[in-house]
Design a protein around this ligand. Structure first.
Ligand code: 23J
Ligand code: MN
Length: 263
């Protein structure tokens, strides 16, 4: 079995439907929910997605339709590069244009915490939870993405999706030790989530604050946020394709995230 024949087999299976391509991406539109940080902190804000028509087969351009678009790097389904966080600033090749391209095509391990997230919007995944998952499905292999399935992306109402109360956001995330475990003991490429950011809603109050960002990017790992359709993936065996836009020194970008899945 040569590499060449594996690629040929893959192309054949894609053509016949033996392998399907699952879209893990939300549609990018003005209504796409964006992260809201506590307003009292005076931190900066990210632009929502907007689009302005340049021409539409009309007197502004008789044969062509196109738009100008505008948004923050961290809008909709998007990629977080290690340079995004202060802890990741000293790594090499840590921005969207310089990350190793191998990070963009890698196996996905999908951990189901749907019941836990439904019972408790502040659910924080623990190391024990991951170890129990590994007992059933096998150990997470180095150089993989870990995807955190909560079915949170099924919340089509933005207020329910962001779930912001008087005391801040309430969406599932990680216990800091779990992030350390995935970065250090499992050497993942990064983690992907269905919520608006890779950290829990209560992350501003965790120690360290925003532990997934702090520890993952500190370990030169990446993130994916606002994923959907994780319910269409098997626990193991999917191949994730998630290349960010090649923005010079970019901290992240909206990304079309796909998964190859055996049919
Ligand atoms: C900046 C500050 C805090 C957070 C974030 C960005 C994100 O979630 C993000 O999109 O990277 S939590
Ligand atoms: Mn982000």
């Amino acid at each position: 079995m040569t590499s060449q024949s594996v690629l040929q087999d893959l192309a054949g299976l894609l053509a016949t439907g033996g392998i399907k391509v699952v879209d893990l991406t939300r549609t990018l539109e003005p209504d796409t929910p964006i992260l809201q940080l506590p307003p009292e902190m005076g931190w900066g804000e990210s632009w929502p997605f907007s689009m302005e028509e340049i021409s539409h087969y009309d007197d502004r351009g008789p044969a062509w339709y196109w738009n100008n678009i505008k948004c923050g790097e961290h809008t909709g389904t998007h990629f977080d590069a290690p340079i995004h966080w202060v802890t990741g600033q000293d790594h090499e090749n840590h921005a969207t244009d310089t990350l190793p391209t191998g990070n963009f095509v890698a196996p996905a391990f999908v951990i189901d915490a749907v019941a836990e997230a439904a019972a408790n919007p502040d659910f924080l995944m623990t190391v024990d939870f991951i170890k129990a998952w590994e007992e059933k499905h096998g150990q997470i292999t180095p150089g993989s993405w870990v995807l955190y399935r909560t079915d949170w992306s099924k919340k089509t109402d933005n207020d329910e999706y962001l779930n912001i109360k008087e005391d801040g956001g309430h969406t599932p995330g990680w216990d800091p030790d779990t992030v350390r475990f995935l970065a250090e003991e499992r050497n993942v490429i990064g983690v992907g989530v269905e919520t608006v950011g890779t950290d829990a809603g209560i992350a501003p109050t965790q120690d360290p604050m925003f532990p997934c960002h702090n520890l993952m990017h500190g370990a030169n790992k990446c993130g994916l946020a606002s994923l959907c359709n994780l319910d269409q993936l098997p626990p193991t065996g999917a191949l994730l394709i998630a290349p960010p836009l090649k923005i010079k020194n970019g901290s992240g970008s909206p990304t079309r995230v796909l998964a190859l899945v055996a049919n």
